[in-house]
Write a protein that binds this ligand. Sequence first.
Ligand code: SF4
Length: 441
Amino acid sequence: MSTRKLYIETYGCQMNVVDSEVVAAILQQHNYQVTEELDEADLVLVNTCSIRDNAEQRVRARIREFGRLKEKSHSFSVGVIGCMAERLKEKLLEEENTVDLVVGPDSYRDLPALLQEVESGQKGINTLLSLEETYGDIRPVRMDRNHVTSFVAIMRGCNNFCSYCVVPGTRGRERSRDPETVVRECKELFEQGYREVTLLGQNVNSYRWKEGEQVLKFEKLLERVAKIHPLLRVRFATSHPKDMSDHLLKVIAKFPNLCQAIHLPLQSGSTSVLGRMKRRYTREQYMERIQAIRKFLPGATISTDIIAGFCGETEEEHQQTLSLMEWAGYDFAYMFKYSERPETFAAEKLNDDVPEEVKSRRLNEIIVLQSRLSLRSKERDLGQTYEVLEGPSKKSDAYLYGRTSQNKVVVFPKGTLKQGDYARVVIKDCTSATLKGNVVS
Ligand code: SF4
């Protein structure tokens, strides 16, 4: 059979980046080869995100573009995979006639069989969620361009059911991956020249794997990956404040190749809003975790996620978010307006009653504050020297860019260095987003 060409577009989170690589590996076993040229494609897959309405609207617009191309000149099949496929299921086939295939995040092994149905002129669909599936035995087809950094999924699903979030519905219950396969994958990446891995999970702190009578927790897995090689940097995302332990922070302090950057989503600085969000921690409990990070990892940076304008949010509750941000001094934050998602507790039980213009004004205040905090965090680095792992600069061949262990972007003159080298860089200048420096060794 002649080799088929697979074109994948990936939207949303890092977990989707890994899933697209897993899908490419599954289809590679069935004579598909990844192409970056849409014109060459026999199959187009769109790996989707449902976290906010505008993410889904972007995908619908893209599907219609593929539809117009098919009418004009192309004959590829179109498949929608990922969270939007799981959330909408058959509805997507009814509403978008360009779509031939709908496959949820736990059903990618079924793709080859579903594609045979599509080839025989039917529509293919499988959105069954699984309690076991981790794709742990599959070696993803790497689609990154830098061959320096890569993502490795250690678990799937989420049991936290935050009231605004679609993830538990689109990705199912938590299940952890066999640690042997995680360590094997990280080792192979190192042998292939990668120098940084990011371990991924919706809530990595609830990673659990039973080994005989023992239960292996995230801290232990992190230690095993850290021991692969001192030149392999290790990051992880995402932690949940209610589960992040002092033990984890002590493990990070013990290994220089475990990166000193903690992403700890806050969402809101008000205990009453956190209650309505079902985040299961209070303002005080969150601050206590920040203090623990400062105690065990004084040099670490902290980043976060913030939602502005959640159901019932008062001006006073908004001010509590601003004051906690100021106190925490975040280096970076993902900041969004609340977007009501169907089939979530918030959509069914709470009112999305903060007017849009108030949401926008509050989000803007959060963004302005964060940009001041980010600049302050970067200014503290002036004159400091950091070890940077680099890749190609997007802007100029004469420069490289890289990241410090604290996950700060540094741009510096290339000299004789090449992608994937470590370099020590003294920081000379900064903006709120980037550090600039010179190589010292
Ligand atoms: S922890 Fe909450 S916000 Fe994060 S994926 Fe799970 S349910 Fe969603």
